[in-house]
Design a protein around this ligand. Sequence first.
Ligand code: ZN
Length: 117
Amino acid sequence: MLTIKCPWCGERDQIEFSYGGEGHIARPTETEKLTDAEWGDYIFFRKNPKGVHYERWTHSAGCRRWFNAVRHTVTDQFWDVYKTGEEAPVPPEDWDGIQSRAEYEAARSTQAAKKEG
Ligand SMILES: [Zn+2]
């Protein structure tokens, strides 16, 4: 079962959430100066990466609040969630999208401890 962590409510079943598309898309200012192609890019074109994706979610069957998430599109593993307006957490380059952030960081600290010991 896939669970998603709401920043306000905590871990919940995925069926309580709705996907809201790519995150961090700012509406262009001075739209009258945009070309049709630039306007079309804003309206229709979104990233579709294989790997790390920054996106918007809403806890639609819970608190109904919107938040942002960093998810791996191949494994559906979430690196982290964060409230709108907060700085986006950036997963490390070598994150494979399989481990959760907690598992990844625990493995890193174990490796660091072995090197020191
Ligand atoms: Zn919630």
